[in-house]
Design a protein. Structure first.
Length: 301
């Protein structure tokens, strides 16, 4: 197969592992910077050009679209879909997952367990918004934040009101969420490929930190998840339309709750902690499912 990986940096661990896994299986693979692609949007013959040449006969595309380039990156993925190319994760699904509010609303509608969550921009009553999620301590998140950035733990109602006022001064949308104290600063990353959890790891925040992101010093280890956690992760990915996803779950007193569904989950932490060949599993899924014309939306939506 002729596979294109959309990534801004071919040296990133996740990108290089996907290249390695694809070539080991005999595929042609090329890494392309999505921001350097440009498109001919035509009714009858949509095209994508890169460095002066038209990209043709691409069987499958693997989007590794960073949050900062979601708009342009998903436009490129959508153009591939219009050309009939199979996309590992489709543009609509990527857009859903990147919109935290939209993804939470979609998951809530289908009955997925979530932390009690509020949403605001310029509330008339800060305290009422705080009390919606059970009061302090609570977590306040910028809607556009990634990798734990823009996430604040407010230990008192007064501190929470100050943070909300600061976000309001920035004219920023934000979420308030209950603080899951019983999780002890840990969460579980479930790596979903197709309709299976192929690997899972627990991430533990470093001492004095409540965010468990590995980028912020969290430590990861392999873990065996429960059937309920496995079902929750698979359902969450399916609801958002993702074939490959990193589903972050916390263990709460009222069962597993989904924090986030990531459409471009990193491979380094999960492969290192579990010893599993996740890149090879992803390429295997493409071999099984990645046929021309199998894109569900064909660029619609």
């Amino acid at each position: 197969m002729n596979i294109v990986i959309l990534s801004r940096n071919s040296k990133l661990y996740s990108t290089s592992r996907l290249v390695e896994a694809a070539r080991e299986r005999g595929h042609e693979v090329r890494v392309i910077d999505p921001l350097r692609c440009y498109m001919n949007i035509s009714s009858h013959r949509p095209e994508i050009h890169y460095k002066g040449e038209m990209l043709e006969k691409v069987d499958a595309v693997i989007p590794r679209i960073g949050a900062s380039i979601t708009f342009y990156g998903t436009a490129v993925v959508r153009q591939f879909e219009m050309m009939g190319t199979f996309s590992l994760n489709e543009s609509v699904a990527i857009s859903r997952s990147r919109d935290k509010l939209r993804s939470l609303q979609l998951l809530s509608r289908k009955g997925i367990g979530l932390p009690v969550t509020g949403f605001g921009y310029s509330p008339d009553d800060n305290l009422d918004l705080i009390n919606l999620v059970g009061g302090a301590p609570l977590v306040i998140k910028l809607l556009e934040g990634t990798q734990g950035k823009g996430v604040v733990l407010a230990e008192t109602n007064k501190a929470a009101e100050s943070v909300i006022d600061a976000f309001r001064g920035l004219r920023a949308y934000f979420l308030t969420q209950e603080f899951i104290k019983e999780a002890g600063g840990s969460d579980i990353r479930c790596f979903v490929v197709g309709e299976k959890v192929v690997a899972s790891m627990m991430r533990q925040a470093k001492e004095g930190e409540f965010r468990s992101n590995v980028h912020r010093g969290g430590v990861a280890r392999a873990i065996k998840i429960t059937p309920e956690e496995r079902s929750t992760a698979v359902r969450a990915a399916k609801i958002l339309g993702l074939n490959v996803a990193g589903v972050d779950i916390m263990r709460s007193n009222h069962g597993p709750v989904v924090l986030e569904v990531n459409s471009s989950p990193g491979l380094e932490g999960i492969e290192t902690s579990t010893g599993k060949d996740i890149a090879g599993t992803i390429v295997g899924f493409i071999e099984k499912s990645g046929r021309a014309g199998k894109t569900r939306t064909r660029g619609r939506g």
